[in-house]
Design a protein around this ligand. Structure first.
Ligand SMILES: *[C@@H]1O[C@H](CO)[C@@H](O)[C@H](O)[C@H]1NC(C)=O
Ligand SMILES: *[C@@H]1O[C@H](CO)[C@@H](O)[C@H](O)[C@H]1NC(C)=O
Length: 375
């Protein structure tokens, strides 16, 4: 038994040695000439004079020492391009300034047919469109172009990228709709289109994205209703649809989702009443501010209610602040200002800590921290 273990360890050491040998042999292996040519073509459309990230892009060995380029160790094909404008990497310490790459993303990137990662993020100056041909890069798992000036539309065929896990186009100038083919990305866990000019509706069958944990669409011009199918995405933890033109009611089933922690619908045209389910849900960060919500604040709070943020301000809520709210286990930040609420503010937590601004601009609220109710 001991002998067996020993020989296993020796065998393991040999494997390590062999791996090490293979590993160092990649150092002297030139990268695929077609990949090298494609990288140089890609580079030709970009200018980054301050840091000099592209100064390293020379010689035959594009898999070794070319900044931001990574390769598959077996095939020597380019597998990743990672160029971040805001980085802790020592290469950035030479320049005090960063985020100053300009140019565009060349369609030559599509010749790198083994690519699984494209991160060209936070350069602020990169403009032009997303090359349509990236939908031919079937090994892509991560596409992150956050924080540039990219315009144009999301490629209609994006749904071809079946391995895609992360799609991040946030903080750009992308217009057009969310392609319906996006609902075929069944591996997608992170979709971030915040702060663009995206129009149209959320695809009605968005619920097909079973792996989605973050859906971030804040700061666009998205209209239509919140699709009911969303509430069948069991992993969804973060749903941010703020600052759009979303209409219609809040689906009550949102309050039944098991891990939904953040629901931001502020700054839309959401109407109807607040479903009672939201008050005892897993949601701890709820912002419904600045909508057209009517009816009363549901009297459904209980020990399961735990809110770091509960912002219901700037709606058309009437009636009292419900008595059950004092049963909540925690409410950090509460804002019910700018509604038509009336009646005595319940005594006790969380109201001991809140100041009058949380309750301002209502019809006839009274009691601490506002004035006495009188008789
Ligand atoms: C959105 O488009 C409008 C014009 O249609 C433009 O003025 C605005 O700057 C764009 N916003 C973004 C974030 O791209
Ligand atoms: C809720 O949303 C409004 C409008 O977007 C924003 O002004 C407010 O700061 C948000 N509330 C909290 C507590 O973050």
């Amino acid at each position: 038994m001991v002998a067996m273990k020993k020989s296993f360890v020796i065998a393991l050491c040999n494997v390590v040695v062999v791996l090490h040998f293979v590993g160092s042999s990649t150092v002297v292996q030139a990268c695929t000439p077609s990949d090298r040519a494609a990288l140089l073509e890609f580079r030709a459309k970009l200018k980054e004079p301050y840091i000099g990230v592209f100064d390293t892009w020379k010689g035959q060995y594009c898999c070794n020492g070319w900044y931001g380029v990574s390769c598959d160790p077996n095939t020597h094909r380019v597998a990743g391009i990672t160029l971040r404008g805001e980085s802790e990497d020592p290469i950035f310490q030479r320049a005090k300034r960063s985020g100053l790459m300009i140019g565009s993303i060349s369609p030559a990137i599509c010749k790198l047919t083994s690519l699984s990662t494209i991160i060209i993020a936070d350069w602020k100056g990169i403009s032009g469109g997303i090359p349509n041909c990236i939908t031919n890069l079937l090994f892509l798992r991560v596409v992150d172009l956050v924080g540039n000036r990219i315009s144009g539309v999301i490629p209609a065929n994006i749904g071809r990228l079946q391995r895609l896990k992360v799609l991040n186009f946030a903080d750009n100038q992308i217009s057009g709709g969310i392609p319906t083919s996006i609902t075929r990305l069944t591996s997608l866990s992170h979709l971030d289109l915040r702060n663009n000019n995206v129009t149209g509706v959320i695809p009605v069958d968005i619920g097909r994205l079973k792996m989605l944990s973050r859906l971030l669409l804040t700061g666009n011009k998205i209209s239509g209703q919140i699709p009911e199918s969303l509430t069948r995405i069991y992993r969804l933890g973060d749903l941010e649809l703020a600052m759009n033109r979303i209409t219609g009611p809040i689906p009550a089933s949102l309050g039944k989702m098991s891990v939904l922690a953040t629901l931001n619908l502020d700054g839309n045209l959401v109407s109807g009443e607040i479903p009672g389910t939201l008050m005892t849900s897993s949601i701890s960060n709820l912002n419904l501010s600045g909508n057209l919500i009517v009816g009363q604040i549901p009297n459904t709070f209980g020990p399961r209610s735990y809110f770091t943020v509960l912002d219901l301000s700037k709606n058309r809520l009437k009636g009292p602040i419900p008595a059950s709210i004092t049963a909540a286990s925690f409410i950090g930040h509460l804002d019910v200002s700018h509604n038509h609420l009336c009646g005595k503010i319940p005594a006790g937590s969380p109201f001991d800590r809140l100041d009058a601004t949380s309750f301002a601009y209502n019809d006839c609220l009274c009691g601490k921290p506002l004035g006495n109710c009188g008789k």
